[in-house]
Design a protein around this ligand. Structure first.
Ligand code: FAD
Length: 333
């Protein structure tokens, strides 16, 4: 027996499970017209977060309210590594232009469908006419306002036509048809190909260019797929940027689907994330000075009553007093 087993007894560990996630493991949540998100695997639960945070002084059993307080403290004070103890692996099907925004989040592990190996599916994101709007006049990176319905419908028709036309060229480039005949000889550029059935038959890849090159003509609304594995800390960062109203609607739809997953997976973390990130604002030093002045000018009793109304722990109420420069004893007096 070595030193470790002599000095400590280790319990057999059960793999942490979250029933709500197990129930939806592998089930796709539809996103956009052909996309989806499905959970492939996950590791850790809320106990993994609090356990990691407490590891310095041993495991110990804590009450649910102590765990909630700790999670809120960790999140509000921007602790990171306890949240990195949880990981999730998602299978995502998404248009390439959404993937381009998504891949900017470098702190995840990604494996994408290879259009060098395989032929891309003939699936394009065609926006719902209701989601087509003009360029925003106030936000250079957004859409705002309204276009006539007939214009939007015509635009959708054009997008469909263009996408399918581009895909036809992609298939033709990859298969060789109609630039080569069955025997590989170039088609003489006389006559009308549409009327000459000696070279109208596609011949699957025999004379076409490589798929890695043919794909360049496919538009960025074609769908791709990937496995995306990320830890909870970086996932929350992703969500704070991509579930935000400033994010493009198409990626936001995926982010919102992930938000619902996080809510099921780690509900207390989700609650704290909504309180401290999604619904929160940060203030500059100058803004804080103005705010403090406003508070100082307000009747003290009213201010304290409002702070007592705050739906949070005593620690959170004290933190608010500190941020606003309120000395509780002065106010109480
Ligand atoms: C609304 C919106 C508009 C955008 N517009 C544009 C645009 O016009 N053009 C454009 O190019 N991008 C744009 N982006 C992308 C944006 O600039 C970020 O690249 C993207 O959001 C990823 O953020 P991140 O680097 O924080 O995330 P991650 O890559 O997941 O990184 C998470 C955190 O890890 C740290 N980190 C990761 N890698 C490094 C590193 N190599 N060095 C130092 N720290 C690192 C950083 O603290 C970072 O915040 C936009 C994003 C949003 C949400």
């Amino acid at each position: 027996m070595n030193e470790i087993t002599r000095s400590q007894r280790w319990d057999h560990l059960e793999r942490p499970r979250v029933e709500a996630l197990d129930a939806i493991l592998g089930t796709p949540t539809p996103c956009l017209d052909h996309g989806f998100i499905r959970i492939v695997d996950y590791m850790g639960d809320e106990a993994a977060i609090t356990q990691a945070a407490r590891v310095s002084y041993g495991k110990g059993t804590k009450s649910v309210s102590e765990d909630r307080g700790l999670i809120r403290y960790l999140l509000s004070h921007r602790h990171t590594t306890p949240f990195e103890m949880c990981e999730i692996k998602l299978h995502v099907k998404l248009p390439i232009f959404v993937a381009r925004q998504w891949i900017r989040h470098r702190t995840a592990s990604v494996n994408e469908y290879s259009a060098r190996y395989s032929i891309l599916a003939k699936e394009f994101y065609i926006p719902d006419p209701r989601d087509i709007m003009p360029q925003s006049k106030t936000n250079a990176q957004g859409r705002e306002g309204a276009l006539p319905a007939e214009v939007r419908n015509a635009m959708v028709k054009t997008i469909k036509h263009q996408s399918h036309g581009a895909y036809d060229v992609y298939q033709e480039l990859a298969s060789g048809w109609p630039w080569f005949q069955d025997n590989g000889d170039p088609i003489p550029d006389t006559g009308n190909p549409a009327e000459d059935d000696t070279y109208r038959r596609p011949h699957e890849g025999d004379f076409g260019m490589a798929r890695e090159l043919a794909r360049m003509v496919v538009p960025p609304n074609v769908y791709t797929e990937w496995y995306w594995k990320v830890d909870l800390h970086n996932l929350l960062h992703f969500l704070s940027l991509r579930a935000d109203p400033h994010a493009q609607m198409e990626i936001r739809i995926y982010a919102e689907a992930i938000c619902r997953i996080v809510q099921e997976w780690v509900p207390t973390v989700w609650e704290a994330f909504e309180d401290y990130r999604l619904g929160a604002e940060s203030f500059s030093r100058m803004e804080m000075e103005v705010l403090r002045q406003i508070i100082m000018d307000a009747p003290a009793v009213q201010t304290m009553m409002k702070i007592q109304d705050l739906n949070g722990t005593d620690r959170e109420k004290n933190a608010l007093c500190r941020k606003l420069g309120i000395h509780k004893e002065d106010q109480d007096g």
